[in-house]
Design a protein around this ligand. Structure first.
Ligand code: NAP
Length: 283
């Protein structure tokens, strides 16, 4: 587990894992698989870094092959995730794509299905945020970027993936503590995460009769590249220390929630939001 206290630091979006201090824990050595997803084929958007990378590694250690979608400029992070998945003896299909158009989202799902030879589980996890002090500071185009990355892409990926899914398949959507406790500098982002909670409930209702479960994971403050790239350096200092557990979460500590929801252990769990927040409430 990395150090608990985070020092001040800043990077340009989209940022890289190697420039983070301390290095996040994605479960490379701390996660032990227990054959909970043997033979599954999983698509993970935003799978090159942070929560997505930890989920890819955990899924692989549990016996799943994975396809990861990431922005093309993040090839280095994607290659590191691939290395870790392959070290677990599983296949990693790399799908570089900017998911902000329906065409790209559909193409990404097609490539994942072809590369994996099918699809059982989808983790819609790609996300964008950028903090600003007031409404007038939000640059033109940000709200479109935030909504297209977080909400529209999730809708398009789900729509393209469902025809490939079968009874027992799952979709898990990354929402956020921000859907429950919105902070003003993230006002567009918080709204997208609330929308995703809502989408989760309706997708679960629609797909339940097909035996497909749909859930959400709502992380609290997790130490990933998103943080030093989207908050001012001084706000990063002590990140997560305001939680009841007094520290940020590591990506591996969130990955366990995705494993559970994708596994048969969660066979009667659908339409819910699982908080992984260090003690902050998600209701
Ligand atoms: P991260 O490592 O920066 O992950 C964000 C991912 O989204 C990256 O893989 C990024 O790809 C991908 N992405 C962004 N825009 C994209 C686009 N247009 N097309 C395709 N992929 C795109 O940070 P993270 O914290 O793990 O974030 C994962 C999810 O957790 C996000 O949905 C985020 O909102 C959510 N979350 C995070 C926290 C937290 O404290 N970290 C808390 C609550 C919720 P590249 O790496 O290629 O840029």
């Amino acid at each position: 587990m990395a150090n608990d206290q985070i020092p001040a630091q800043q990077q340009q979006w989209p940022g890289t894992t190697k420039d983070m201090t301390p290095a996040p824990d994605h479960g490379e050595s701390s996660y032990t698989g227990r054959d909970r997803l043997v033979g599954k084929k999983a698509l993970i958007t935003g799978g090159d870094s942070g929560i997505g990378r930890a989920t890819a590694i955990a899924f692989a250690k549990e016996g799943a092959d994975v396809a990861i979608v990431y922005l093309p400029e993040e090839q280095a992070d994607a290659e590191e995730t691939t290395k870790q998945v392959e070290a677990a003896g599983r296949t990693c299909v790399r799908v570089p794509a900017d998911l902000r158009t329906q065409e790209a989202a559909e193409q990404a799902v097609r490539q994942a299905v072809e590369g994996l030879g099918g699809l059982d589980t989808v983790v819609s996890n790609a996300g964008f945020q950028m903090a600003h002090q007031s409404l007038e500071d939000f640059p033109d185009g940000q709200i479109e970027r935030t909504f297209s990355t977080n909400v529209f892409a999730t809708f398009w990926v789900a729509k393209a993936a469902v025809p490939h899914l079968r009874p027992g398949s799952t979709i898990t959507i990354t929402t956020s503590i921000q859907a429950f406790q919105p902070s003003q500098p993230l006002l567009d982002y918080a709204a997208t995460k609330a929308a995703l909670n809502n989408l989760t409930v309706n997708l679960a209702a629609e797909l339940g009769p097909q035996g497909i479960r749909v859930n959400a994971v709502a992380p609290g403050p997790i130490w990933t590249p998103l943080i030093p790239t989207t908050f001012p350096g001084e706000k990063v200092e002590g990140f997560g220390s305001d939680t009841p557990l007094g520290r940020p979460g590591q990506p591996v500590e969130v990955a366990t929630a995705y494993v559970y929801l994708a596994s048969d252990e969660a066979s009667y769990v659908s339409g819910t939001v699982l908080g992984v927040t260090g003690g902050k409430p998600v209701f």
